[in-house]
Design a protein around this ligand. Structure first.
Ligand code: HEC
Length: 153
């Protein structure tokens, strides 16, 4: 879990919106577990989300250039860990936190808010105990409406 501290530091310094500061998570030495995260993405997530996280219209929303916006609104952080594909993934808490953090940095670094603290295994372990079910779509729509409204202020 040592690698989690490094992106947090980078983000805390205010460079959050700058993609180049984070670099490529596959080669960034700070992301020591990037290889495992990437492997878990391939095995557990990309079947629905696609390798580049662009998703599939009508079934799976795009995460690319979008997913970190949820972190900008109240309740969004919890939503990302409780969404069914995440909460019910066949991965231990530490690897789930890792792949979720990796996917945010990999697919949407520009929208990660300043001061973002990476998910920990304990946090993900707690949140995934109450996976979203039928209410996922309604909650998602309200969060999207919230960050869209914030952007147009
Ligand atoms: C069975 C298909 C499927 C799998 C497997 C899956 N997801 Fe998803 N994911 C979805 C769908 C569909 C949504 C949209 C919310 C919903 O209705 O569940 C979603 C939403 C999300 C979201 C919230 C973003 C948004 O726009 O709502 C994140 C983050 C996410 N998935 C990450 C992952 C990760 C990480 C994995 C692997 C551990 C994964 N997903 C596995 C289908 C999947």
């Amino acid at each position: 879990m040592r690698w989690l501290a490094a992106p947090a530091l980078i983000l805390a310094t205010g460079a959050a919106a700058m993609t180049p500061a984070l670099g490529d998570p596959d080669t960034n030495p700070a992301l020591q577990s990037a290889a495992r995260a990437r492997q878990n993405w391939i095995l557990t997530c990309q079947g629905c989300h696609r390798a580049d996280a662009t998703g599939t219209p009508q079934t799976t929303p795009t995460m690319a250039g979008f997913v970190a916006k949820f972190l900008q609104v109240p309740g969004g952080r919890e939503y990302l860990a409780r969404v069914p594909g995440v909460a019910t993934a066949a991965l231990p808490d530490a690897e789930l936190a890792e792949v979720l953090n990796w996917s945010l940095v990999r697919f949407d670094p520009a929208n990660i808010p300043a001061g973002f603290q990476p998910y920990t295994a304990a946090e993900v372990g707690r949140l995934r105990q109450t996976p979203l079910r039928t209410e996922a779509a309604v909650l998602r729509a309200s969060l999207v409406a919230r960050f869209n409204a914030d952007q147009h202020k």
